[in-house]
Ligand binder design. Structure first.
Ligand code: NAD
Length: 474
């Protein structure tokens, strides 16, 4: 079904960080590409209602915190005043520039960008429903499904009251509520909770599990939790929300947990209890592709579904639901369509919590090593021994590296501290390229930088780190 010029026709459903890189890669390799997204602005949740706007708000939140904390350094600022319209304008401006950029790149690469809701009619045809209700049919040789995920909204919390927000609502920044309840102490809850706390809300987090950020190693979460404890009105773990009730005074929450006051009334509630994949309702049942009960599209390592014409990538193709995983999967899917022997075989997908301090890790975690009985050496380098950390007054950080004991091969890395999300890239490269401790220890890291904490952690695998002396055990 190649077009008149003999080019293979690719339909990409969904224009997020999975879909648009797939469309670009395919166009760069000479395919006839149509990129369909129901949103007026391409870029998906990540760009429009997720990663990017939240980072814009977190940047401002950090600025506010730093200005307050500068008095310890001998500089005193006035208490920051927030112009909410301007702040919203800044955030929306960032999003606008980036979505405009994607539109421009589509034009330059000859990718047809169509705003419509797409669904499959069979393995070679899709129906596109436009905003005005009109429909059109589109035939393709291959389709890459990259339709993402949406915030989970359990029915007991879905009161239809705008004061109960998901991440999309919270990012709209309608106001700064006096009292904000965050349900779910995961990544979204802590990132947005911290932003609102810095803007002036009294934030209470309830988490049903025994710990916040349950997927991360505790020694990495501890410095974050300590800081959040000074910024939040409360962090309640092992705590359930028994009910929410909308009243004129606010949202009344019945909470159940040790030492938790209940009921409490909040001006707004942020529900951040995970995301739901969008694999249902897009016509995949008319093809051979299989969708799980939760809504994930089943794929193999080549991102192929059970239907030879249909691929799936990103949040809809499985955990972890991370933009950068989607982008890598996009490249794999297109390479497979082009007949190359590609597979998603990455060992290290970095996870970053973009709070202040940031928490980042990649490869094997210490918790996973324990659970799976994998023998590892773990070397920690506390940032108190880093000249740069001292100079910026952020000594609570920690860098740790996990090694294979016999070969000293680097299996994983974890970092907490400002900039951890940037620093973890070195860990990803080390794990992916099978670097050993000496590779990191003997590579010159600029002084004074926080990246030296990685070099010194690595040194600790076979010698003493320069800035820490640990007496040898007799
Ligand atoms: P999450 O899975 O990270 O955290 C949800 C938390 O809510 C969990 O700790 C869970 O135990 C808790 N929870 C669930 N039901 C609850 C209830 N009824 N009461 C109290 N607690 C409850 O989910 P999220 O924070 O909503 O994020 C969703 C997805 O988006 C994740 O897959 C995440 O990877 C992705 N994301 C990533 C980033 C990033 O990379 N920085 C940022 C935002 C979102």
């Amino acid at each position: 079904m190649a077009d008149s010029s003999g080019k293979k026709k690719l339909l990409v459903l969904g224009g997020g960080p999975g879909g648009y890189p797939a469309a670009f890669e395919a166009a760069d390799h000479g395919m006839d590409v149509t990129l369909v997204d129901q949103d007026p602005q391409p870029g998906g949740v990540c760009l429009n209602r997720g990663c990017i706007p939240s980072k814009a708000l977190l940047h401002v939140a950090k600025l506010i915190t730093e200005s307050r904390e500068a008095s310890h350094l001998g500089v005193t600022f006035e208490e920051p005043k927030i112009d909410l319209d301007k702040l919203r304008g800044f955030k929306n401006g960032v999003v606008g520039k980036l979505t405009g950029g994607i539109r421009e790149l589509c034009r330059a690469r000859g990718v047809k960008l169509i705003q419509a809701r797409g669904s499959l009619l069979n393995s070679t045809t899709a129906e596109l429903k436009h905003a005005d209700g009109k429909t059109e049919k589109l035939s393709f040789d291959y389709c890459i499904v990259a339709v993402g995920s949406r915030p989970a909204m359990p029915p007991m919390f879905n009161l239809g009251d705008p004061r109960i927000m998901d991440s999309t609502g919270a990012l709209e920044l309608a106001d700064i509520p006096k009292k904000l309840l965050v349900i779910g102490g995961g990544i979204i809850g802590l990132e947005l909770g911290q932003a609102y706390a810095c803007f002036g809300s009294k934030v209470t987090v309830v988490e049903m599990l025994p710990a916040i950020c349950a997927g991360a190693d505790r020694d990495l979460v501890n410095p974050l939790q300590k800081r959040l404890a000074t910024q939040f009105a409360g962090i309640h773990v092992n705590t359930k929300v028994k009910s929410l009730k909308a009243t004129p005074e606010g949202i009344v929450a019945e909470l159940e947990g040790e030492g938790v006051e209940s009921p409490q009334t909040f001006d707004r509630v942020l529900l951040s209890v995970g995301r739901v994949p969008n694999g249902k309702g897009i016509g995949l049942e008319t093809t051979k592709a299989k969708v799980t009960d939760r809504g994930f599209v089943e794929v193999n390592k080549k991102m192929q579904t059970a239907d030879p014409n249909i691929f799936a990538i990103g949040d809809v193709a499985g955990e972890p639901m991370l933009a950068h995983k989607a982008t890598r999967e996009a490249k794999v899917a297109v390479e497979v369509i082009l007949g190359e022997p590609a597979e998603f075989d990455n060992l290290a997908i970095p996870s970053v919590i973009y709070t202040d301090p940031e928490v980042a890790w990649c490869g094997l975690t210490e918790t996973q090593a324990k659970e799976q009985g994998i023998e590892v050496n773990v070397v920690r380098f506390p940032w108190a021994a880093s000249g740069r950390a001292q100079a910026i007054g952020r000594t609570e950080g920690l860098t740790k590296v996990l090694f294979e004991p016999k070969t000293e091969r680097i299996l994983g890395m974890g970092i907490v501290g400002p900039g951890a999300g940037e620093l973890i890239a070195e860990g990803v490269l080390a794990v992916e390229t099978a670097a050993v401790a000496r590779d990191l220890a003997e590579s010159i890291h600029a002084h004074p930088t926080l990246s030296e904490t990685i070099m010194e952690s690595a040194e600790g695998a076979f010698a003493q780190a320069t800035h820490i002396y640990r007496p040898k055990r007799k």
